[in-house]
Design a protein around this ligand. Structure first.
Ligand SMILES: [Zn+2]
Length: 202
């Protein structure tokens, strides 16, 4: 059963309109990946729609600022298309979270969306499509926390949760040693305690 998000604009689609969820996020999802089956789904499958009808076009855009961590830009007929995600873009965000956009249409991921490229919230990443393991045009949208664990993306689409809610903080300390081996000893102890430190000459 599909259901609507109930929004006039979904943040991962450039054009206004609601989105219909065709497969929910989570474990033991009914009728996923195909009708009559049950499977675990690491993201949410959505289709952009207007007036309850599926839209023919949908530009997929970044949910927040970040840097391209990975992408795939297959052109039709170029390579075997059996990989689950098909054409996709992964964005690493400043808070350590990652957003993933899968099954993008052939030839629609812009050249500038290359590994390491900075992207702005709302920037176009390609068009909703059906590349990879897909049974029709849709966007598989996935969010992973900073440990790489998929989390429910729906609250981020509805605005209930925001990427701004998550921040990382770094504590900068300086310890001065006159002797390098003493410094290295201290470094080894800190590493052993799971504290990430760097040694530099001052
Ligand atoms: Zn999916």
């Amino acid at each position: 059963m599909s259901r609507l998000l109930g929004l006039s604009k979904v943040p991962v689609f450039a054009e206004p309109g609601d989105a219909k969820i065709t497969a929910e996020f989570g474990k033991n999802i009914k009728d996923y990946p195909t009708a009559g089956k049950t499977g675990d789904h690491s993201g949410i499958d959505i289709v952009r729609c207007t007036d309850g009808k599926n839209s023919k076009t949908a530009s997929v855009c970044a949910i927040a600022d970040g840097v391209v961590a990975a992408q795939r830009k297959w052109v039709k007929g170029f390579k075997s298309d059996s990989a689950t995600g098909g054409n996709c873009v992964y964005i690493r965000h400043g808070n350590g979270m990652t957003s993933k956009y899968l099954h993008l249409k052939y030839g629609t991921v812009p050249d500038r969306i290359a590994d390491g490229a900075a992207v702005k919230k709302g920037e176009t990443l390609g068009y909703m499509g059906a590349t990879g393991l897909a049974y029709g045009d849709h966007l598989h949208f996935q969010i992973e926390d900073r440990n790489g664990t998929p989390v429910d993306p729906e609250p981020y689409l509805t605005g209930e949760k925001s990427f701004d809610d998550h921040h990382s903080y770094a504590l900068m300390l300086t310890a001065r040693y006159d002797n390098k081996s003493e410094a290295e000893e201290a470094l080894a102890l800190l590493h052993k305690a799971g504290i990430s430190v760097a040694l530099c000459e001052i």
